[in-house]
Design a protein around this ligand. Structure first.
Ligand SMILES: Cc1ncc(COP(=O)(O)O)c(C=O)c1O
Length: 359
């Protein structure tokens, strides 16, 4: 049996009950799930592909792969061959299975940030490998590792890794033959800092050897419900992933592939959505600060990483008493024990309610 951690969100239930009992209703800023509508252009593409009786291609349609490559070029200065793009059933699925798909196993350490999205750890365990949370690669010494995850902008901290930092990670990994998987699902949500892809020439020097960039449409296009993401990068690795995924039936449904192609070809809806989040962040951040929280990092992404110096569960409790539910920092690693993660993914009305309650 694989030893999986307890599902952390279950531990929030008592606080959720407290927040729900607030006379004005709960403001749920815990899970970062989109609340705004799926863009019309995407819905139309989904509906237009509703009559899809045949099996879809694991590799994705040529339209989808071209749209993904076009988006990377337009928005992120990254040139990939559409042949080196592979759709995934959301990015969580890939995060959870990548160590297994790359052949990691017992005796291998899969490296990911100290404060991190919990699925990197889970993915290592599913493969039978050892999860290793560390921000300092040097601590690993000469050990060979199969896979290093980076996540910029970060969940939970909203920190952006500069090109120079990413370049060092890539150089370190290349010396050891390690794959660098860069989870870039918040890349379009830079506020004070501009996130850069691991596939950008400033980072990788123009070669994608050993590199995979993981992208999701969940946040950019409000498509968490569609399970829509893709991975791009090293042609050899993409071919290997494709081969296994074909055998294993890890296929994105055809209507979702059509919806993804439409979403990746349209920037207007993404800019509008970005504006919505910018406004929510602009009111929530100072409200938390006025109420005694210090915001750290948080220069990009959908979360405010905050602390008032007490234990994270005390902070969760304090806010639950005001009807606001947030995530405790220790969900993301022991280093988060004095922080909370506050998502900006609630409606304008709910965010304004939170601001009023923080006064
Ligand atoms: C860092 C990170 N990676 C991956 C995911 C998974 O996103 P999805 O499966 O919706 O693409 C999330 C979701 O919140 C995330 O925060």
């Amino acid at each position: 049996m694989i030893a999986l951690p307890d599902f952390p969100w279950d531990r929030l239930t008592p606080y959720q009950d407290v927040a729900r009992s607030h006379s004005g209703g709960i403001v749920d800023l815990s899970v970062g799930t989109p609340v705004d509508s799926v863009p019309q252009v995407v819905r139309e593409a989904l509906a237009g592909a509703a009559d899809s009786p045949g099996y879809p291609q694991t590799y994705g349609t040529a339209e989808l792969r071209a749209a993904a490559a076009g988006w990377l070029r337009r928005r992120h200065g990254v040139t990939v061959d559409p042949a080196d793009v592979l759709p995934t059933i959301g990015s969580k699925e890939l995060v959870a299975w990548l160590p297994t798909l790359l052949g990691a196993g017992p005796g291998d350490r899969v490296v990911f940030p100290e404060l991190a999205y919990p699925t990197y750890d889970v993915g290592a365990r599913i493969a039978g490998a050892e999860p290793y949370a560390s921000d300092g690669l040097l601590a690993l010494g000469p050990e060979r590792v199969p896979l290093v995850w980076v996540n910029s902008p970060s969940n939970p901290t909203g920190r952006v890794l500069p090109a120079e930092h990413l370049r060092k990670v890539v150089a370190w990994a290349r010396e050891r033959g390690a794959v660098v998987a860069s989870d870039e699902c918040y890349i379009e949500l830079g506020w004070e800092d501009r996130p850069v892809s691991v596939l950008h020439p400033d980072v990788c020097g123009g070669s994608y050897e050993g590199l995979l960039a993981v992208h999701s449409l969940s946040k950019r296009s409000n498509l968490a419900g569609y399970r829509a993401a893709f991975v791009a990068g090293d042609p050899t690795l993409i071919k290997r992933l494709l081969e296994i995924r074909k055998h294993a039936g890890m296929i994105v449904p055809a209507p979702v592939q059509a919806a993804m192609a439409a979403a990746l070809s349209d920037d207007r809806h993404a800019d509008e959505q970005r504006e919505r989040y910018a406004r929510r962040r602009a009111v929530l951040r100072p409200a938390l600060e006025r109420a005694g929280w210090r915001i750290e990092h948080s220069s990009a992404g959908l979360y405010l990483w905050a602390t008032n110096g007490t234990g994270c569960w005390d902070q969760v409790r304090e806010l639950a008493d005001r009807g606001i539910l947030v995530a405790p920092g220790d969900f993301y690693g022991p280093a988060g024990r004095e922080h909370i993660r506050v998502a900006i993914t609630a409606t304008d009305e709910r965010i304004d309610a939170a601001v009023t309650r923080l006064q």
